[in-house]
Design a protein around this ligand. Structure first.
Ligand code: ATP
Ligand code: MG
Length: 422
């Protein structure tokens, strides 16, 4: 069993020494103090897995220390508590347990008794922390799809995604770059009855048009020069699950026609094949372009547009839902702080105000990158305006954060160089 960090408080030096040594030898990281006041200060300063505290101490009783700890620290953040009592006064022990102490030991007790109790509580504490972590992860994943935000717009998107997940209807997600289109697509699939089947993503913009058709529908050997083997297309791979067609606005008229056929008849022919293939797949398409306008300009087939736009989900730009910014900042801050092992508690008020004012042309992705960078550059527990200014802006203009954008594309190595230079 791995040891834990233990704060041991008892005014009797001899007991303190004996128990402290026993706990250390048992693999724990022990801090001892003879003073209840000092114990309170230590508890405020750093976190412990376990507090072992004597009931009767000068200045303040162990009970008072426990009471304050419980009042000031949420349960998930508190150490487990064991109270020691010398007088066999059950009342104080009962009182401590009522307040949230997990166990008590009546003096005189055997050192082994303490060691066993400490081990058991640390074990329980770990299980509970693990569970709590799992629960919060699960909530994030399944209740809100990992989509953070409290604006009306985000609530509507969530509601719609929830409803859509239960159906097999085609979904068209639109929104500027970085607004969370892919996140929503993944959420819908993860919540659907086909969640155990694959979701296959096709980034239509990244595949040259000449290859896109065979990527989507596959080909047989010899279908074209260079087709030296038969290849399954992404539609066939997604059979039974979901196909996510990203950047649908970039596909050519020829591929559009073939796509229309799959959507209408749920069948297609691989390139060069004579046989028609049936497919049972949900289509989720996404685009940052205005497809309606493209239809008007005859760049996008009208039929296909209607076939895709069965269930529209529109993700508004971040600047149109600024009330989501603080929550997103907090979300990313906690994630990047956890990943980097840095202890960062909050964002300075004036920086937050600035983040809320900024227009975020790159939307949530840009905000995410900004916070990641700020966490890398942070030297203390608070993110300040200076943290971002150090990126090169002598004074960040209130109207926006242009230098932040400039640096959003800095390579990691460059960022590290800057960090080290600070
Ligand atoms: N509401 C949100 N809550 C938490 N994270 C979000 C949210 N919206 C977007 N993100 C995060 O922002 C980043 C960009 O999101 P995503 O890739 O889904 O955007 P997109 O609309 O597909 O962008 P693009 O058009 O550039 O492909 C991702 O890391 C995503 O996890
Ligand atoms: Mg995307």
């Amino acid at each position: 069993m791995a040891g834990g960090s233990v704060l041991l408080a008892d005014d009797e030096e001899k007991i303190l020494k004996t128990l402290g040594r026993a706990l250390s030898e048992d693999g724990h990281d022990v801090v001892t103090t003879p003073s209840a006041v000092a114990a309170q200060r230590l508890l405020a300063e750093r976190s412990f897995d376990l507090l072992v505290i004597d009931y009767l101490m000068p200045q303040r009783t162990g009970l008072e220390v426990i009471r304050e700890l419980v009042a000031t620290t949420p349960e998930g953040e508190r150490p487990a508590i064991i109270m020691m009592t010398a007088y066999g006064t059950v009342e104080s022990a009962v009182e401590a347990m009522k307040l949230g102490a997990r166990d008590y030991l009546q003096k005189p007790f055997n050192v082994d008794e303490l060691l066993v109790t400490v081990r058991r509580l640390l074990e329980e504490q770990r299980t509970r922390t693990g569970l709590r972590y799992l629960l919060s992860e699960r909530d994030a994943d399944f209740n809100n799809y990992g989509l953070v935000g409290r604006s009306r717009a985000v609530m509507d998107v969530l509601k719609r995604a929830e409803l859509v997940a239960a159906s097999r209807s085609t979904v068209l997600i639109t929104g500027e770059t970085g607004t969370g289109k892919e996140l929503v697509a993944r959420a819908i699939h993860a919540r659907s009855g086909q969640r155990d089947m694959p979701m296959i993503k096709v980034n239509c913009a990244a595949i040259p048009d000449t290859l896109l058709e065979s990527e989507l529908f596959g080909h047989v050997r010899g279908a074209f020069t260079g087709a030296s083997f038969t290849k399954k297309g992404r539609f066939a791979l997604a059979d039974g699950g979901t196909i996510f067609l990203d950047e649908i606005g970039t596909i050519s008229m020829a591929v559009q026609a073939k796509l229309l056929r799959v959507l209408q008849d749920r069948e297609f022919e691989p390139l060069g094949a004579e046989r028609t293939q049936k497919v049972d797949v949900r289509v989720i398409a996404a685009t940052s372009r205005d497809l309606r306008q493209m239809v008007a300009a005859e760049k996008f087939q009208e039929d296909l547009y209607y076939r895709l736009n069965v269930i529209p989900i529109v993700l508004p730009a971040l600047r149109e839902r600024r009330e989501d910014i603080p929550m997103l900042v907090d979300h990313f801050l906690r994630r990047f702080a956890r990943d980097s092992g840095k202890r960062i508690e909050d964002v300075e008020q004036s920086l937050m105000a600035e983040l809320e004012r900024y227009d975020w042309p790159g939307n949530v992705r840009e905000l995410e990158n900004t916070i990641e960078r700020a966490v890398v550059l942070a030297t203390g527990p608070h993110l300040t305006r200076e943290t971002l200014w150090l990126m090169g802006a002598p004074s960040a203009p209130a109207s926006g954060l242009p230098t932040m954008r400039l640096h959003a594309n800095l390579e990691w190595a460059e960022r590290e160089t800057i960090r080290r230079a600070l």
